[in-house]
Design a protein around this ligand. Structure first.
Ligand code: TGC
Ligand code: FAD
Length: 388
């Protein structure tokens, strides 16, 4: 009989195609040898060096699920596995890939014209150009439809005014995808970050997702040509369609964070003795470990099923909401449980658990909070919206 892998209890990865398994191994090896040894330093300093984007680009991981323009045209499953392997190191790394590939590049690929795609996508795929995605505003988070940023016509130009907040990479991006209200509803604009009137500042003293740059963006009479509008984006739904892609990556990524916490707890409790026995030999420890394995396995099966639906072309946003909600929630519970098992030592960066646990607080909030996804599911099963 085949032995059980404690890190993939139901052998869910057997569902991967050979190329997806190869990619998993490549990204896991890169992430473990090149990123993991440095991540604590980045976390403490509150940064993610730009060369990481170039390395991820060289591996073909930026916008990897898109086709053409230097993008790999990979399967949803492959993208999910990459998110999982990167987030096993740190959620900030997965976030970089999400914002660049699923948000900024997807917006341009899906809603831009040929000229805009040619101008930006090849450079973004290599990591030579970075994008950010400006949807959230100081007074519009869960309810982006209430945004106050405006774009008004002035001759052949558009003039943007307003502010965005919590925008990942706003200070280091080359191009910002800015969502703004126009006379015809919400539209997206490509704003090169060197444009006069665009300014971004870092949000400091952040206690979660520290290896990721979060920013405020101010738009003061930012004048862009008529060619800056993404012509095919019909309204808020265009922004939300990009979020679907990023949420899909998160529901895979969180499994990586949970797996890393579980692995740390398993190793630590196997090695440390109290009361003359290893911590792993106590029934209460084993219950916690079994709980983690159940959560990680359920999350993995959910992710794999959603990837199958994506491949079949039938995946619905409401189903992605279930995955994002369930997998982010279960990952943070696994992290919290793992933290207890490491005792005081679990509180420092010497072990990855508290870092993941803290990151997962942000992951619960980004791309739709727990409550928003509950309401999305609630609306889909009752037919009644309870947002407002
Ligand atoms: P609602 O009336 O439901 O919809 C407006 C229009 O959008 C369509 N739509 C969607 N289309 C595609 N995908 C979806 N998921 C969609 N959800 C809705 C809808 O059909 C409609 O189209 P139409 O043609 O009829 O106009 O909109 P609402 O104002 O009631 O809001 C719904 C709600 C609350 C679910 C939505 O606004 C929402 O998802 N809020 C959460 C906001 C959010 O997630 N923001 C994330 C910002 S980006 C980010 O966090 C990056 S973090 C970096 C990282 O990944 O680590
Ligand atoms: P709010 O919407 O103010 O919500 C506060 C609380 O109220 C939550 O618990 C929420 O669930 C609850 N709530 C809200 N409405 C309801 C309701 N109808 N019923 C019940 N409860 C409700 N945004 C971008 O556009 N681009 C980015 O790149 C980006 N990166 C981010 C990176 C980080 C690290 C973080 C933390 C955020 C980022 N965001 C980004 C913003 C993120 O998408 C928002 O924080 C998120 O959508 C929630 O909005 P909010 O923080 O304003 O919370």
């Amino acid at each position: 009989m085949t032995a059980i892998d404690p890190h993939d209890y139901l052998a869910v990865d057997d569902e991967l195609e050979d190329s997806e398994r190869d990619l998993r191994d490549t990204v896991r090896a890169y992430a473990t040898t090149e990123l993991l040894p440095q991540v604590n330093e980045w976390y403490e300093r509150g940064e993610l060096p730009r060369h990481v984007a170039k390395e991820l680009g060289a591996l073909g991981l930026l916008g990897m699920q898109l086709t053409g323009y230097g993008c790999a045209g990979a399967s949803g499953t492959a993208y999910g596995v990459v998110c999982r392997e990167l987030e096993a190191v740190d959620s900030g790394l997965r976030s970089l890939v999400s914002v660049q590939g699923s948000l900024a590049m997807t917006a341009i690929h899906r809603w831009g014209d040929e000229e805009q795609r040619q101008e930006w996508l090849p450079r973004m795929a290599t990591g030579d150009a970075l994008g950010c995605f400006g949807l959230t505003e100081p007074s519009s988070g869960s309810d982006p439809g209430s945004m106050r940023t405006t774009a008004r016509r002035d001759g052949d130009d558009w003039v943007l005014n307003g502010s965005k907040t919590w925008i990942t990479n706003g200070t280091i991006a080359d191009v910002a995808v800015i969502w703004a209200g126009t006379e015809d509803g919400i539209r997206a604009f490509l704003v090169p970050t060197g444009t006069a009137g665009y300014s971004a500042t870092e949000i400091r003293q952040k206690l979660s997702l520290r290896a990721s740059i979060s920013t405020d963006i101010l738009l003061e009479d930012v004048r862009v040509p008529s060619s800056a509008i993404l012509p095919h984006a019909p309204g808020l739904g265009a922004a939300l369609s990009c979020l679907n892609e990023a949420r899909f990556g998160i529901l895979w990524g969180t499994i990586g964070a949970a797996r890393a916490c579980y692995a740390a707890a398993l190793e630590y409790t196997g090695n440390r003795e109290q009361f003359g026995r290893s911590l792993a030999s106590f029934q209460l420890s084993q219950r916690k470990l079994a709980y983690m394995v159940v959560e990680i396995t359920h999350a993995s099966m959910t992710a794999m099923r959603l990837a199958q639906l994506k491949k079949a072309g039938t995946l619905r946003p409401e189903q992605i909401s279930l995955g994002k909600l369930a997998n982010a929630r279960s990952a943070i519970e696994v992290a919290r449980s793992a933290r207890t098992m490491l005792g005081a030592n679990g509180l420092t960066l010497a072990h990855p658990v508290m870092r993941h646990m803290s990151n997962l607080e942000a992951v619960l909030t980004v791309e739709g909070t727990e409550e928003i996804h509950e309401l999305v599911i609630g609306r889909s099963i009752t037919g009644v919206q309870a947002f407002r």
